[in-house]
Design a protein around this ligand. Structure first.
Ligand code: SF4
Length: 340
């Protein structure tokens, strides 16, 4: 490659993970310009990838794909992984977005940091083919880290890139990647996995429950899944803050339609009831709120609730542990898990 005066420009999906950083390096090694494409949705942020592109010194484009991603999430063609992660459809969507930009900007090809068999479900050869076909840009999609194990793409066929200098990495061992880290003198890279909430079992459970119970869910409904203990009382979502930060966040996220409750006279959490509700529901939610306060054994302790600009006092309903467990959507949260 590199003959003549044609300047080859590629667009690469950049997650900020090691594989995507190495893929950039392998492409750059052949004198090809790289534009990094960074995505964001409520489930993953662009932060790591922006940092990586700055360290790599490449131009990057940040694209919020929330509407497209949510639409895909409703009914992914190839279903979900171990949690609510529709990895094949998600990758295909990202490649499709990259393809659109490639066409608009007249770049030459798309690449990703995918490695054959690195993830058993979403990165085996069959899955990589499904991603390529579903994206609609299969001929333009190069995986530089595993390219020699995969069919030739247009960029290779037409000599835009030298296939012999592309790699044949496969499997979960990251030995070869670590050798490349040394070769390219990469100083910093994030630990593998994590970062996508759709691979977190607890978050996934809450998201699934939201989809099952709310037809017109909003971005705020999804953002609220990131904080607190979640309960559902007669169809209405009740969220109890777990600490000072979450209490503050819930207060800030409340709209005038919502009900905000807090135990009076004793330290305790904030409870947010999403939507306008009956007094019965407020009493029950107040009961849960009181159970998480420092006076959990004092049944009659009043709870203050705010509806719009008005504050009122309510005597909470006595709530047993059993009732709490029945109404609870999520057990205690843990950190994000790796893709499967
Ligand atoms: S882990 Fe998350 S961001 Fe990555 S492909 Fe799967 S669903 Fe998409």
């Amino acid at each position: 490659m590199g003959q003549g005066k044609l300047k080859i420009i590629s667009i690469g999906l950049l997650s900020g993970g090691l594989d995507s950083i190495l893929a950039v390096k392998v492409i750059q090694e052949q004198g090809i310009e790289v534009i990094g494409l960074v995505f964001e949705t409520p489930f993953f942020s662009a932060q790591n990838a922006i940092k990586a592109s700055e360290e790599l010194g490449i131009r990057h484009i940040v694209k919020d794909i929330t509407p497209e991603h949510l639409a895909m999430l409703k009914n992914p063609k190839y279903g979900f992984g171990a949690n609510m992660n529709p990895c094949i459809d998600c990758h295909a969507l990202m490649v499709r977005e990259a393809g659109k930009i490639m066409e608009e900007e007249e770049y030459h090809f798309i690449f990703t940091g995918e490695v054959v068999n690195e993830r058993p479900m979403s990165q085996n050869k069959k899955a990589l083919k499904l991603v390529a076909n579903l994206s609609g840009y299969q001929d333009f999609l190069l995986r530089p880290l595993s390219a020699r194990l995969l069919p030739e793409t247009k960029a290779e066929k037409y000599g835009l890139i030298d296939r012999r200098r592309l790699l044949n990495i496969q499997g979960r061992s990251r030995k070869l990647q670590l050798q490349l880290v040394k070769k390219f003198g990469i100083k910093e890279f994030p630990t593998p996995g994590g970062g996508c909430l759709l691979t977190d079992p607890i978050f996934s459970k809450k998201l699934k429950e939201l989809f099952e119970n709310t037809e017109d869910y909003s971005i705020r409904d999804i953002e609220l899944l990131k904080s607190g203990r979640h309960f559902r009382i007669q169809g209405k979502k009740v969220i109890i803050g777990r600490n000072k930060e979450e209490n503050q966040k819930l207060k800030e996220m409340a709209t005038v339609k919502d009900v905000v409750l807090s135990a009076e006279h004793v330290p305790g959490p904030i409870a947010l009831i999403c939507d306008t509700v009956s007094k019965r529901i407020i009493k029950k939610a107040a009961g849960i709120c009181a159970r998480f306060s420092d006076a959990k054994n004092e049944k009659k302790l009043p709870v203050i609730y705010r509806l719009g600009k008005k504050n009122e006092e309510i005597t909470p309903e006595a709530i047993t542990q059993e009732t709490m467990d029945e109404l609870r959507i999520n057990p205690e949260a843990k950190g994000p898990k790796k893709d499967t």
